[in-house]
Ligand binder design. Structure first.
Ligand SMILES: NC(=O)C1=CN([C@@H]2O[C@H](COP(=O)(O)OP(=O)(O)OC[C@H]3O[C@@H](n4cnc5c(N)ncnc54)[C@H](OP(=O)(O)O)[C@@H]3O)[C@@H](O)[C@H]2O)C=CC1
Ligand SMILES: O=C(O)C1=N[C@H](C(=O)O)C[C@H](O)C1
Length: 251
């Protein structure tokens, strides 16, 4: 069986260098390109890459994906910074490239995907919910893409269940003290040397607290998810948002 021809964009970064090692070690894949800042995207077509793994920066990801989609190269994207407007732009490009697939995974960690699913399930049962995400201090964005996605899923589930705004009698607060409001859910971002990627979702109601916590202790934790995405994206034309769509969560 021929091997999948895989490229990594952002190959010298924290995640990219780990992805290079993971793809290199995968028996069903061949690493055909490892691009860093300043390297030509044309290398992707010259080397016949079938799938590109994109792990760069929110400012760079769209241009890289435009090149991939216009050249029929599937993409597995871990880079954060997705807004509805950016997603709409990507969907437009994909409409002109039938057969090409892009997976955007806010988090490749299996436990993080489960955290999001369990938080979505729990949302309608609790009056209060807040998210605390904790990351290394070199992270470019806040809140994390995972926290933003988790908050959106919770907000949507609360809305569908007819829950109103959360109880909060704060009438005076120092700016930032109550976190960022994402879909009605306060999100607090901690940046601390020594951390990798962590998240707590705190649910509360009369007399009980329910906490879901996930910890990525190293970036190897993301690699099974990256490789799953690489293997599956070619069979999923268009945009897939979230690794859960490639996992049998209900099985
Ligand atoms: N979905 C997930 O599970 C995960 C997602 N992430 C996300 O992945 C992204 C990268 O994170 P991380 O690896 O920690 O970041 P790093 O800063 O360590 O790595 C990013 C790399 O991309 C390079 N780069 C920047 N622009 C370009 C470009 N146009 N073309 C090629 N390379 C470029 C950078 O080069 P230079 O150093 O010169 O700037 C750097 O080497 C972030 O958005 C992060 O949030 C991170 C972990 C898990
Ligand atoms: O930058 C990181 O490190 C991470 N970024 C992703 C995010 O913003 O959610 C995934 C994970 O939390 C690590």
């Amino acid at each position: 069986m021929s091997k999948l021809r895989v490229a990594v964009i952002g190959a010298r970064g924290r995640m990219g260098s780990e992805a290079v090692r993971a793809v290199d070690a995968a028996e069903d894949m061949e690493l055909v390109a490892a691009l860093g800042r300043g390297d030509k995207l044309e290398t992707l077509t010259e080397t016949g890459a079938q799938v590109a793994v994109e792990l760069t920066h929110p400012d760079a990801v769209l241009a890289n994906l435009e090149f991939c989609v216009r050249n029929g190269i599937h993409a597995v994207v871990g880079t954060t910074g997705w807004t509805e407007e950016r997603l709409a732009t990507l969907r437009d490009w994909l409409e002109s490239a039938p057969g090409t697939g892009v997976l955007i995974a806010p988090n490749f960690g299996i436990g993080a995907v489960l955290t999001m699913r369990f938080a979505q399930q729990a949302a309608r049962f609790f009056e209060s919910v807040e998210i605390v995400e904790l990351h290394h201090p070199n992270k470019a964005d806040a809140p994390s893409g995972t926290a933003a996605r988790t908050a959106q899923l919770i907000g949507d589930a609360r809305h569908a269940a007819g829950l109103g705004p959360q109880p909060d009698a704060t009438s005076s607060a120092l700016e930032g003290a109550r976190g960022a409001d994402v879909a009605g859910v306060p999100v607090h971002s901690v940046r601390l040397r020594g951390l990798v990627a962590h998240q707590e979702v705190l649910f509360g109601d009369e007399g009980e607290i329910f906490t879901i916590r996930h910890d990525s202790m190293n970036r190897g934790s993301f690699m099974p998810g990256v490789l799953l995405g690489v293997r599956r994206v070619g069979g999923a034309p268009g945009l897939t948002f979230g690794l859960e769509h490639f996992m049998d969560l209900d099985g």
